[in-house]
Design a protein around this ligand. Sequence first.
Ligand SMILES: [Zn+2]
Length: 267
Amino acid sequence: MELVESILTNNPCWKAGKKIQVKGLMLHSVGCPQQSAQVFVKKWNNPSSSRACVHAFIDGSTGTVYQTLPWEHRGWHAGGAANNTHIGVEMCEPSCIRYTGGAGFVCSDREAALRVVKCTYDAAVELFAMLCGRYGLDPQEEGVIISHKEGYDRKIASGHADPDHLWSGLSTGYTMDGFRGSVSALMGAGYKNPSETPKEDGAVCPGDKIRLLPEAVYYSGKQIPDWVLSDIWIVKSLEGNRAVIDYNESGSHAICSPVNVKYLRKI
Ligand SMILES: [Zn+2]
């Protein structure tokens, strides 16, 4: 997954500067035939942008994630109380569909549309797994990962059908239950909800933020470059004394590298 930071500093939502404690993740799709994330990034980085702002857009052609708000910034994506708890991520939609009213659409090239939907789905699974790890969220827990539509059903979001309408309208076979399952599978069997895991003081758990000790080397014995030693990393999984660190704190780099747990210091 490629992550590009493109914070929308000209959007009124950024200027509102509110923070949230992240309790969940909401999946959206843009609701118009536009597969370029950069088009949205450009359009929304504007003081006169409509009163909407999300944390990320996923490009329909490349799967690149454009992070448009810091993850703990309060977004304006749900049109309801979910803005206070959930990170909002938009998947771009295929350019070969045409909306016919409401959530109904027609599609002129199903194969092309399926490629776009798969591309955004796969990237969203990776992004959501990364964010669940980072915030200690269990992807299968009730209400943690929800679509905009499910948010509406729970009365914490406005009346939208995304992205369920896109997946069902194209008969992709994708569902939110399947999506949650994919996120869980990617996080691996080693993942445990930190709140359910009794831990000793100072013991490192998946999802923890760590620094590497200056003398740290990779599990293979290879040297760790200085830029890795100087950053803060999130623990992805742990088996015995072998920890895998994946994303750095800002989410800009993923190294997915094993390190002996003795070299990690929890922060
Ligand atoms: Zn939405």
